[in-house]
Ligand binder design. Structure first.
Ligand code: BES
Ligand code: MN
Ligand code: MN
Length: 461
């Protein structure tokens, strides 16, 4: 009966639930760009307001060194389990703006591939405002129908997209406040709207920046060309040498801690339906590319990677300038899998990159933020509750998958609070997160709101 009550409440509030999300999406909470500082703070206020309206107690905007954490709770009975909901209200920068079909902070609803009933187009619609807001609406529905079966604590941060630098310290200072039984997060994807899945792991991240210096100034490329090192030529060679002909990474020791996934588990993970032709068509590529010996799903799920995120130097303006640049730069990131450590890999990278540079240049390697990979035990109470909840609303058992992205704070939840996280995502990989025309399906939004209360039910039972 409970379920119908909640479903009725959701059905009769559908339009309002949507409009409230659209309002949230209109605030450009780009955490990476100081220009939007005021808007990020305004978004925290908006989240606070919605938590209060939904029925949360002790709602506060908790200051940190960076953007605040929005906290709120409902303790119905200290003897009952406590679900801690984590999400983020900050978003990625919207650029390149010219590639958006509609302005990123003026949400519009349109039909698109994979979403015949329409999707909300806006930066943050899927990652993570839309997914985070489902939890506030699901909580509201449980509160207004008197069906909340356990305690809830909300912890919504504003710095996930810049590596969560302030949330770690905040958690350590607030361990008492954050006593609970499980962390619940919707910030990942499912396979397809008719194929639910739950990530049983996420990759970690080591993010580096390199600077190659050659001659002490930019030079005439005719007068000096051929006689001194060109830092861009050298950098390209160095980067190219980081993969061998099988696309294995060549950094000594890089794979030492990589957990080999058993044949059985690989077979299990390979049950996830995947159409390579659709994959190629969606990305408009003739052929996929990756580490030899692994399938596309394995390459993004259980294997580590090394990728250049950006590379610059020399002349990139209009027309041609004949110059031999004095410097070259690149941002290089590595996705990590259990049991690689972000600090260790950063160190191995630095040592290796310095060692392969010819004498004709000098190399400076610095590390940016990182994060550890995580695994979620699929036999745990939380995973099973999530699985049952999805099975009920999708009429299909969700498939355990591995997420290729990273949520660095998840490893910290385990380390500092001793809590596992349930990666209860409802987005699609094709929702263009971090890209132009990010969107989130209306189907996915409402399905999430409908499924979340069932997690509470099964986790409490
Ligand atoms: N929500 C994503 C992570 C994600 C997306 C995991 C899809 C699995 C599937 C998160 O907001 C994100 O973008 N994380 C960053 C890391 C962060 C340090 C900037 C990432 O994965 O690049
Ligand atoms: Mn996210
Ligand atoms: Mn993101």
């Amino acid at each position: 009966m409970e379920k119908n009550q909640i479903q009725d409440y959701i059905n009769s509030n559908k339009d309002r639930f949507l409009n409230e999300l659209l309002d949230l999406l209109k605030i450009p909470s780009v955490s990476a760009d100081p220009k939007y500082k005021g808007d990020v703070e305004k978004t925290a206020e908006a989240v606070k307001k919605r938590l209060v309206e939904a029925g949360a107690d002790n709602v506060e905007i908790c200051p940190t060194k960076g953007f605040p954490v929005v906290y709120g709770e409902k303790i119905i009975d200290p003897k009952k389990p406590t679900v801690i909901v984590y999400g983020h209200y900050d978003v990625q920068p919207a650029d390149p703006l010219n590639l958006w079909d509609s302005p990123p902070f003026e949400p519009v609803i349109k039909k698109t591939a994979g979403h015949p009933e329409g999707a909300i187009f806006a930066r943050g619609s899927c990652d993570d405002k839309g997914q985070m807001f489902m939890h506030i609406k699901a909580f509201e529905a449980m509160m207004k129908t008197n069906t909340l079966p356990c305690n809830v604590k909300f912890m919504i941060e504003g710095e996930e997209e810049v590596g969560s630098p302030s949330l770690g310290p905040w958690i350590i200072e607030n361990k008492e406040k954050l006593k609970g039984d499980i962390i619940l997060i919707s910030d990942t994807s499912i396979i397809a709207n008719d194929t639910p899945s739950i990530d049983a792991g996420l990759r970690g991240l080591a993010y580096m920046e390199v600077e190659i210096t050659g001659p002490n100034r930019d030079l005439h490329s005719g007068v000096y060309g051929g006689a001194v090192a060109n830092p861009i030529n050298i950098l390209c060679k160095m980067i190219a040498s980081c993969h061998d002909e099988n696309n294995h990474i060549t950094i000594p020791g890089f794979y030492d801690k990589v957990q080999e996934v058993s044949k059985e588990e690989r077979a299990e993970l390979d049950k996830a339906p995947f159409d390579l032709n659709d994959f190629k068509k969606d990305l408009n590529i003739r052929e996929e590319l990756g580490e030899k010996g692994y399938t596309t799903n394995e390459r993004t799920g259980i294997r580590p990677t090394l990728d250049v995120n950006g590379i610059w130097g020399g002349y990139t303006g209009e027309g041609a300038k004949t110059v031999l640049p004095g410097k070259a730069f690149a941002k290089i990131s590595m996705r990590l899998v259990p049991d690689q450590s972000s600090e260790e890999i950063s160190h191995l990278f630095k040592k290796h990159f310095e060692s392969i540079a010819p004498k004709s240049v000098t190399v400076k390697v610095t590390a940016h933020h990182g994060g550890e990979p995580v695994l979620v035990p699929i036999t745990s109470k939380g995973f099973i509750a999530a699985s049952k909840a999805m099975e009920e609303t999708y009429s299909k058992k969700p498939i355990p998958t591995r997420g290729g992205g990273s949520i660095p704070i998840v490893a910290l939840f385990k380390k500092e609070l001793g809590l596992d996280s349930i990666l209860f995502g409802f987005g699609l990989d094709s929702d263009a997160l971090h890209s132009p025309n990010e969107h989130y399906g209306l189907f996915n939004y409402y399905k999430g709101i409908e499924t979340i209360p069932l997690f509470y039910k099964y986790f409490t039972a």
